[in-house]
Design a protein around this ligand. Structure first.
Ligand code: BTN
Length: 231
């Protein structure tokens, strides 16, 4: 698979959409000027972090399966971080945390056909050696902060890309969940609901108990907030 290395770019996901959507390719940038986060947010992408977009084309990939793309990305990141002796957890749907702080964000942008996903762009921003801004320090962490030393970014990158090429299951994803059975918040359009998180099902829905009723929530509907963590 071709790897395109860029010094500086607005966003690796945007680059892929513009230039390389027709091949399986990995685009990596040392720095992003306009890194994109979920829900239209900005993703701070200073030097020292790992900013990767992984483009994969599919044939007959039903879009009811899109959660599997996210699972793959999350587990690939968790396994990469674990290889350095750091213990990750996932926050549904697609954040990876370490000690309750975010270490990685994932933005998946799919190009859709009539009933299927034609191409997915899996954008991953992993905090490795980057220095966190003051606003981020309380809610985010980096691999180097966890290890107490700088890491070789090229090695971390190589391991992440190798892991992204593998296939994982929902069971693999759930091994990184440490909040089943806990009371959590679900946020949607400024409204907050309390729930007990019970499971993540095969479709990627969060199964939870809301006022005695078992409900399945999709990640498009609501956002999970963990009570005991800063995020
Ligand atoms: C989030 O946590 O809000 C998702 C952040 C995703 C950031 C990555 S960095 C590589 C790729 N390019 C982007 O512009 N965004 C994603």
């Amino acid at each position: 698979m071709r790897i395109i290395e860029l010094d500086e770019i607005d966003s690796t996901n945007e680059y892929c959409k513009k230039y390389v959507c027709d091949e399986d390719v990995v685009v990596v940038a040392e720095k992003q000027i306009k890194g994109k986060g979920t829900n239209g947010r900005n993703f701070v992408s200073d030097k020292g972090g790992l900013y990767v977009s992984y483009v994969k084309r599919y044939e007959n990939f039903d879009f009811s399966n899109t959660f599997s793309i996210m699972i793959n990305a999350c587990v690939a990141v968790c396994r990469t971080v674990e290889a350095y002796g750091i213990k990750p957890t996932v926050k549904w749907a697609n954040d990876v945390l370490v000690n309750g702080k975010k270490i990685c964000g994932t933005l998946i942008e799919n190009r859709l056909g009539a009933n299927n996903v034609c191409t997915s762009i899996v954008g991953i921003g992993l905090n490795v050696n980057n220095i966190l801004t003051d606003e981020l320090k309380d809610i985010a962490t980096t691999m180097s902060e966890q290890k107490g030393r700088k890491l070789n970014l090229t090695w971390v990158r190589g391991r992440l890309i190798r892991n992204l090429k593998k296939q994982y299951t929902v069971a693999d994803y759930k091994k990184y969940v440490d909040w089943f059975g806990e009371e959590v918040y679900l946020d949607s359009n400024g409204e907050r609901t309390s729930a007990i998180a019970l499971d993540v099902d095969e479709d990627g829905c969060l199964v939870c108990n809301i006022e005695g009723q078992i409900k399945k929530i999709s990640s498009a509907e609501m956002r999970l907030r963990l009570k005991c963590k800063s995020i």
